[in-house]
Write a protein that binds this ligand. Structure first.
Ligand SMILES: Cc1ncc(COP(=O)(O)O)c(C=O)c1O
Length: 482
């Protein structure tokens, strides 16, 4: 999965902080926290119980939303609970950036959005409008993609052990099917429908449970016959290594050539997803990695982190893959179409998650005060919290007004101790108050809805669509929320 992937080495042991003593509590209205407000910028001055600030890169539309004195409050009042906001124009821009790399390198390429990364209808619609296809892994995803205008032949069906229903529907819509096991081929043959397939390759030395090993691959190549067409080969690697992808792609070109010798068209390879996203700048990420301490965390320091700074991200990573060992020329010379399945990277800076502060408590650790917020909603709507990890881009406290920096961690409105949106103490620029909004940035990729459930009967946060508009940004409900 592209949820966390290879996360370079920040690890914390699981030493817990001493439980806060009840007799050291400070009343919520106490000025003590304000008086002890910290300026975390020079790390030597920062208190040891608080993380450094980690502001995220954001889209200009998000900046307009945060700067607007009323818009965010209007949406929050209308929705009446937590919500996710999406910027589909950003998705289109991200798609265009990948397509431009194909054009500039002279490679015949096609973008399939990895739909598992976000369920919003407006994202699928942006794909339809921008000439991208969608990589789907279930009948629900397939139907949702068709419903937003993506044509069947522009769908790629991935995922293990596909159901009969999914195979049939995909065949009916002439979608490309990435075969993960031999029985899928048998079941497709029984349908007697014309269908295009890729064979998903288990990379050498990989322990992945996905893909066909060399013997299975050979059996499949021998077995495929009309009305099934062998269109080529695919892989998806975990982690974010451009070189590994380029080398595996070159190996797949070799598979195509051998399959062609057996009479198959084999004109397409798919290199899957795993294009990195750059959430934080280099200095911020380095400061975090070099100084992270268990004492920053209210509870359970995480074991692992997503690589939140990624210097050659998204479309630039595709360019790097194509440049490695002349891959672009190899593809051109062999008449190979290159498919990619980015999920997270197409959603970069394309959405945020907004929670309302419902309560503010002050606690101390080793004599140092900090605030614990309770926000509406749950950390199921910020998935990283459920992977023994922590979502590191800082939430923005809205309205943005002056105050004293206040170490703050963020809890959700359920009965679980572990239900925390931010376990670390974040140096919020002022003390939060009930009714404030906390805006977690850049959450469209996997954070919003891969884990959500209506725990405690709490409604799932609806998705709101924000578009630039001629004079001011305009919002509407995503069709998944209507
Ligand atoms: C087959 C396949 N393609 C594409 C993706 C998307 O990966 P990412 O969001 O990291 O680009 C995934 C993620 O798990 C996947 O399994």
């Amino acid at each position: 999965m592209g949820l966390t992937g290879a996360r370079p080495g920040v690890t914390g042991d699981s030493t817990s902080l001493p439980a806060p003593r009840s007799d050291t509590r400070v009343p919520p209205s106490s000025p003590q926290i304000e008086d002890r407000g910290v300026d975390p910028t020079p790390s030597t001055d920062r208190p040891t119980h608080c993380a450094p600030p980690m502001p995220a890169h954001t889209d200009v539309l998000e900046q307009r939303l945060l700067a607007d004195p009323r818009l965010l409050r209007e949406i929050a009042n209308a929705v009446g609970g937590p919500f996710h906001v999406l910027f589909p124009e950003r998705v289109s821009g991200n798609i265009t950036a990948f397509q431009s790399v194909f054009t500039e390198s002279g490679v015949d390429g096609f973008v399939y959005f990895g739909k598992k990364a976000n369920k919003a209808a407006c994202v699928a619609r942006a794909c339809a409008h921008s000439g991208a296809g969608i990589d789907v892994a279930s009948t629900g995803e397939l139907v949702a993609a068709l419903g937003q205008g993506v044509r069947g032949e522009d769908l790629m069906v991935t995922g293990p052990a596909k159901s009969d229903e999914l195979l049939w529907l995909a065949a009916r819509h002439r979608s490309l099917i990435a075969i993960d096991a031999l029985d899928e081929l048998d079941r497709l043959a029984a349908l007697e429908l014309p269908v295009r397939v890729l064979l998903r390759v288990l990379p050498e030395a990989s322990t992945s449970r996905f893909g066909l090993d060399p013997m299975e691959l050979e059996q499949a190549i021998q077995a495929i016959a009309a009305p099934i067409t062998l269109s080529g080969f695919s892989f998806h690697l975990s982690g974010y290594d451009a070189v590994a992808r380029a080398e595996q792609a070159a190996a797949l070109v070799g598979h195509c050539r051998r399959a062609r010798a057996n009479g198959h068209p084999a004109e397409t390879i798919s290199i899957g997803g795993g294009f990195g996203v750059d959430y934080l700048d280099a200095a911020t990420w380095a400061q975090f990695q070099n100084t992270v301490e268990d004492s920053w965390f209210h509870t359970n320091p995480p074991g692992d982190y997503y690589p939140y700074h990624f210097p050659v991200a998204g479309a630039a990573m595709l360019a790097a893959i194509l440049a490695h060992n002349g891959l672009a020329a190899l593809l051109r010379d062999n008449g190979i179409r290159l498919a990619i399945e980015p999920g997270r990277a197409l959603l970069d800076r394309a959405g945020s998650s907004v929670f309302r502060v419902q309560g503010v408590k002050t606690r101390t650790v080793q004599g140092n005060p900090y605030d614990i917020l309770t926000v509406d909603g749950t950390s199921l709507s910020l998935s990283e919290q459920w992977f023994d990890s922590e979502y590191l881009p800082d939430p923005v406290l809205w309205p943005q007004s002056p105050g004293h920096r206040t170490p703050t961690c963020v809890g959700a409105t359920t009965c679980l101790e572990s239900d925390l949106l931010s376990r670390r103490r974040i140096p919020l620029p002022r003390r939060a108050r009930t009714g404030d909004l906390l805006v977690y940035p850049n959450t469209a990729g996997y954070q919003m809805d891969s884990n959500e459930s209506p725990f405690h009967e709490l409604p799932l946060p609806p998705k709101v669509v924000l578009r630039a508009g001629a004079d001011r940004p305009r919002w509407s409900l995503d069709s998944t929320a209507r």
